[in-house]
Design a protein around this ligand. Structure first.
Ligand code: CUA
Length: 190
């Protein structure tokens, strides 16, 4: 008799536990679906604030990224813009020169596949994609030499793809820029 009660009771316990797990799992699935729908709608309604596209096939022919326009340029507001191209397996220019204590804007694009942009000892870290212009602003505190390795696997020569970034004294930089003239684009490629 007591055995019968026991088995009846344990069957009830099992059913209750199973029900709880079922509710938990269904809830979990609903939450995941809701998250997917929410992020999908969120992205559709609020796309990245600015996307700048460019034709990778004509980079070298015309426009902002022609070879003579690559490197560091002083803007009228005193800030510096650095334009560069990433391609299998190098950056152009291979050595970037920027002043310390001045706002610097990097504008980079790729001529072929996805590359990485990273300046060691700084928080600059991005991807450089063909068809898009990647822009990042920063200010270097003090003169220093940094390495700039590609950190996205981009093919068999990936590990040999890197450039230098030389941060130099502001006055020296501005003097170099003045000497280079109006259309002067600075780099430290020798
Ligand atoms: Cu370019 Cu890895």
């Amino acid at each position: 008799m007591s055995n019968q009660i026991d088995s009846h009771a344990s069957a009830e316990v099992a059913a209750r536990v199973e029900r709880r797990w079922a509710v938990l799992m269904v809830t979990l699935v609903c939450v995941l679906v809701a998250m997917t729908v929410f992020t999908g709608l969120h992205w559709a309604m609020m796309p990245p604030s600015r996307v700048e596209t460019i034709n990778p096939a004509t980079l070298h022919v015309s426009g902002e990224f022609v070879e003579s326009n690559l490197g560091s340029a002083v803007e009228t507001d005193g800030s510096v813009t650095v334009r560069l191209i990433a391609q299998q397996y190098s950056f152009t220019p291979q050595c970037l020169v920027v002043p310390a204590g001045v706002p610097v804007t990097f504008r980079a694009t790729s001529a072929d596949v996805v590359h990485g942009f990273l300046i060691t000892d700084t928080n600059l870290n991005s991807m450089v994609e063909p068809g898009y212009v990647s822009t990042f602003r920063t200010e270097f505190n003090q003169p220093a030499d940094h390495l700039m390795p590609c950190h996205e696997y981009c093919g068999t020569g990936h590990q040999g793809m890197w450039a230098h970034v030389k941060v130099i004294d502001k006055d020296t930089f501005m003097k170099m820029a003045t000497q280079a003239g109006n259309a002067g684009r600075l780099s430290c490629v020798k």
